[in-house]
Design a protein around this ligand. Structure first.
Ligand SMILES: [Zn+2]
Ligand SMILES: [Zn+2]
Length: 414
């Protein structure tokens, strides 16, 4: 059986024919059940600048992967799910080809799928908490072999030559960081994330999942986990007895509590929702829960904390939280509020600092995964089929998730 479809390559659409596979077609999407081979029929051979030496010839067989992606690029239009045929490059000498089993759902997936920043490049295939099993590796790859459990996080390339890259801080690459999706890679293609069956990644941006660590639980570590682990390590908040405050108890906040307890810190959770108290204390093991709207309770904690992980994305008072820090205390911002408004006094009167960071470099990401393996730190997850993705987005926007959705790619995207 043949199936024709358009694929995007170098910003241009090409007709492809996919050979001999079974598929089910419904009103909204085509579900591809098996792909044997796919040929590109109309690539321009004249070398018009869009097709480079390293890309495909018209007669080349290519690998195609099915993915879930929104059809529309109109932000206000309701989104339709369909399977999209996507070309990925052939396995290069430094590449690891990964069969994806699970992918965590991050708030950025909502942002880019719904084009909230106005820079989405459709079809967007979101997902940057990727977990799977190695299928194939290139000739230079020694760290991984077929069958290994691996993970891919929020970026898939960087310049590998700047000070930050050489320092293992690739996420701050000063030349060219390539996020896992919705970014232009060095070969000119738009990167596609983990709501897909496969990903091909340079070995540098691939991580080992510790033996016996459940694959589904590993997914949230790649964004939510490393995002809070990085500032905690940078500010030496892994020393037992120190006092940690966690603002907001979602995907990031709950990881901060889990790391805090593994580091033997005294952990106080701040939330606007009293309903989170019981879980914060009993399920996650926090030492203290404070309703941030309760002025009396908040005042009682003045100058009591060494460090605050602020994961709240809604607008909130920074002055108030800064005043809870001891002298030289640090507030680490990991959420994304619209703006940070502070007055000088709470900052200066305690020699306090506000710091910001993204996810983390490759070295620290691997260290964090290993730490979670040794200390049996498992994020709290709700496993969903990929068909539930848009409903999950709606629930994330309402803050209705405990504490991370993880898509069971292996069993639902077939
Ligand atoms: Zn994320
Ligand atoms: Zn770099």
């Amino acid at each position: 059986m043949y199936f024709s479809s358009e694929i995007e390559l170098h910003g241009e659409y090409h007709q492809v024919e996919v050979q001999t596979f079974d598929y089910v077609e419904t009103l909204d999407y085509v579900e591809i059940l098996e792909i044997v081979e796919c040929n590109v029929s109309d690539l321009d051979e004249s070398g018009d600048g869009n097709v480079t030496e390293s890309t495909l010839e018209p007669t080349d067989s290519i690998q195609v992967f099915e993915s879930l992606s929104p059809r529309t690029n109109t932000p206000n239009q309701s989104l339709v799910i369909f399977d999209h045929i996507i070309i990925k490059r052939a396995v290069g000498s430094d590449d690891v080809s990964v069969k994806i089993t699970h992918c965590g759902v991050c708030y950025s997936d909502v942002i880019y799928t719904k084009n909230k920043h106005g820079d989405s490049m459709y079809p967007v295939v979101p997902g940057h908490e990727i977990v799977g099993i190695v299928k194939e590796v290139g000739g230079n790859v020694e760290r991984f072999k077929a069958g290994d459990h691996v993970a891919v996080g929020t970026y898939v390339n960087s310049c590998r030559d700047c000070e930050e890259c050489n320092d293992g801080l690739e996420v701050y690459c000063s030349n060219k960081l390539v996020p896992t999706y919705n970014s232009i890679d060095e070969d000119g293609t738009v990167t596609k994330g983990g709501y897909s069956n496969f990903i091909l990644v340079h070995q540098r941006y691939c991580f080992k999942i510790p033996d016996n660590y459940p694959l589904a639980s590993a997914a949230p570590l790649l964004c939510a986990g490393i995002t809070v682990y990085t500032p905690m390590m940078h500010h030496k908040m892994n020393q037992p007895g120190k006092r940690l405050g966690v603002v907001g108890l979602g995907g990031l906040g709950h990881m901060a509590v889990l790391f805090g307890k593994a580091f033997e810190l005294h952990v106080t959770v701040f939330s606007t929702s009293a309903s989170k108290k019981e879980e914060a204390l009993n399920l996650l093991g926090a030492d203290n829960f404070v309703l941030s709207t309760d002025e009396h309770q908040m005042k009682g904690l003045t100058r009591s904390l060494d460090f605050i992980v602020d994961s709240a994305s809604g607008d909130h008072s920074f002055d108030l939280y800064l005043s809870l820090l001891k002298t030289k205390g640090v507030l680490a911002l990991v959420g994304y509020p619209n703006e940070i408004k502070i007055t000088p006094h709470p900052l200066s009167s305690g020699m306090r600092s506000i710091s910001g960071s993204w996810t983390g470099g490759t070295r620290q990401t691997q260290e964090m995964l290993d730490f979670c393996g040794v200390h049996k730190i498992y994020p709290r997850i709700e496993i969903i089929p990929i068909q539930y993705a848009y409903e999950a987005f709606e629930r994330i926007m309402k803050n209705d998730v405990k504490y991370r959705f993880v898509i069971d790619i292996e069993n639902s995207l077939k």
